[in-house]
Every structure is written in structure tokens, then in C-alpha cells.
Design a binder for this molecule. Structure first.
Ligand SMILES: Nc1ncnc2c1ncn2[C@@H]1O[C@H](COP(=O)(O)OP(=O)(O)OP(=O)(O)O)[C@@H](O)[C@H]1O
Length: 274
């Protein structure tokens, strides 16, 4: 069962601002079991609003599972997981969150505009909404800088353009939270840089919160905050600067490796003490 976090009054009896107002995501003791395995183990973390938080860690550490829990599509989730002030999976969150999975659903035999028209019709159905849908589709295509390709078949696009179509789909409902699962995978350095600039424009321009996973550590440097994961646990929840300072490392990658070594040494010590 998931429960909803409530903030207790402070020493003066005042109720502090609800976590929902200051954070986009708040987790306490978040645990996910998949098949026979506990894939996420009692995670505690907060993702602030209006910033880009990077979710980084090696393949298989549980990034996608965590994202699925946040967007409400993951089974066997226990602990507290609040998203935009509601328990994850709450029906009112559907239009407030944009989610792009690792295997984006872009139809190759439709144009960019037709792809977006299709998803807009699912999100905002009915004849009376057709003008609003048209405007939203035009805006989402412009947001990802694909206006000049709007009538190109998706099958003829480059990898970077396809990623931007998926992002446009996620932007259709003007979501407050964007959850992007490895959006830059397989892209060359120039396209990756362009996409990251776009993420920053979205965060700054709309005050949206972005949670972006990656296993490429140099992308960590582009985030406001980082959640570093390893084997279903969070190793660090901090800014890139604070992480480098705390570990005495020059890069986030080196900081991550030091934290991994520390965690391994600690678990060895615990095993020897048993
Ligand atoms: N249906 C399942 N049953 C059991 N275990 C699963 C299932 N799906 C995934 N897992 C395991 O859960 C762990 C976390 O998977 P997840 O996809 O969340 O990792 P990830 O960090 O997103 O990896 P990647 O970067 O490769 O996508 C992995 O060890 C995986 O083997």
C-alpha cells in the first residue's frame, strides 16, 4: 500500500509549506519488487520543482523501474511516492506528466504532424476540442524545433529528429513534469548537446520539472541536481558541484566511482563484522 506524506507542524505550531509546493517528487521507503527480485530498495529522495534532475547509474540499476513507478505504470510499489502533490498513479496526474520511454512510439508511416494529431486526439478527444488540439500540436512541434519538417514522414527522420518527435508528444498537454528515459541514447555528441539545450529551454521557459535518465556520466554535468543510483539504491542526491567537492573528484564520473568504491568497502566491512 502507498501512503501520502504529510508535513507535521513545526515547533511554533505552523504547518510548513506542503512538500507538494516545493518538490515535484517525494519518496520515502520506496520499494519495488519485480518477479523474484527487489529492484528498488527503500529509496528516500526529493526532486525539486522547476529544475533538471538527472537519474544516473549503470545499466540495470533500476532507473527505468523508478521512472515507471513515478508515472504510475509499475506494479508492486510500496512506501511513499508523491508526485506533484498526489500519490503516484493518481488519475489527475495523467495530463500533468509527460513520459517518454526508451522505445518511443513514433509511427514511421505517418508524418510528424499526423503522429502528434493522433496522440493529441487520445489526450484531448472530441470534436469540440479540435481547434485546441490543432494549436497544441503546432506549439509542440515548434517547441522541439521541427516546424519545417512537420509534413515529413517519421520513417525518414534522423535519430535526433525522432527523439524530438517523442519529446513533442510528451509536451502536448503542457505537462508540469517531464520524465524522459534515456532520451539521448544512440545520438551523436552534437545532437545530444542540442537536445540538452532544449531541455534547459523547457525548464527555464515553462518552469517545468524534468527527470532525465542516462548512463552517460558526462550528461550529469548538464543537470541542476543528480540522483546517482547503483543496484537499486541511491548513492547520492546532490548538485554536481556539491558531489565533486564532497568526493574531491574533478568530474561527476570520478565522484560516482569514488562513491561506488566507498559503498563496496562499507558493505565488505559489514559482512566481515557478521
Ligand atoms: N519483469 C522483470 N522481472 C524481474 N526482473 C526484472 C524485470 N524487469 C526488469 N527486471 C530487473 O530489474 C532491474 C532494473 O531494471 P531497469 O530496467 O529498471 O534498469 P535500468 O537502470 O533502467 O537499466 P537500463 O539502463 O539498461 O535500461 C534489472 O536488474 C532487471 O534485470
Amino acid at each position: 500500500m502507498m501512503n501520502n506524506a504529510a508535513d507535521p507542524p513545526d515547533a511554533n505550531g505552523n504547518t510548513p509549506p506542503r512538500t507538494a509546493e516545493t518538490s515535484a517528487i517525494h519518496a520515502e521507503g520506496l520499494t519495488v519488487v519485480r518477479g523474484p527480485r527487489t529492484v528498488l530498495r527503500a529509496l528516500d529522495f526529493t526532486v525539486p520543482r522547476g529544475q533538471i534532475t538527472g537519474l544516473l547509474g549503470p545499466s540495470g540499476c533500476g532507473k527505468s523501474t523508478l521512472m515507471r513507478a513515478i508515472v504510475g505504470t509499475q506494479a508492486k510499489v510500496t512506501g511513499t511516492l508523491d508526485v506533484l502533490g498526489r500519490p503516484a498513479g493518481h488519475p489527475t496526474l495523467r495530463t500533468r506528466i509527460g513520459y517518454v520511454t526508451q522505445a518511443p512510439s513514433v509511427y514511421d508511416d505517418l508524418t510528424i504532424r499526423q503522429n502528434l494529431d493522433y496522440f493529441a486526439a487520445i489526450l484531448d478527444p472530441g470534436r469540440s476540442a479540435s481547434e485546441r488540439r490543432h494549436d497544441n500540436v503546432t506549439r509542440a512541434i515548434a517547441d522541439v524545433d521541427l516546424t519545417s519538417h512537420a509534413y515529413s514522414l517519421a520513417g525518414n527522420l534522423s535519430g535526433g529528429q525522432r527523439s524530438r518527435v517523442s519529446l513533442a508528444v510528451a509536451l502536448l498537454g503542457t505537462p508540469e513534469l517531464l520524465v524522459l528515459d534515456e532520451p539521448t541514447v544512440g545520438l551523436d555528441p552534437v545532437l545530444r548537446r542540442d537536445l540538452w539545450n532544449l531541455f534547459h529551454d523547457i525548464a527555464a521557459g515553462r518552469g517545468a520539472t524534468l527527470l532525465i535518465s542516462s548512463h552517460v556520466m558526462d550528461e550529469a554535468e548538464r543537470c541542476h541536481r543528480l540522483l546517482l543510483m547503483r543496484e537499486g539504491e541511491i548513492l547520492a542526491d546532490d548538485t554536481p558541484d556539491a558531489l565533486r567537492t564532497r568526493t574531491g573528484a574533478d568530474t561527476v564520473e570520478a565522484a560516482f566511482l569514488r562513491l561506488v568504491d566507498e559503498a563496496t568497502a562499507n558493505s565488505r566491512k559489514k559482512e566481515t563484522a557478521r
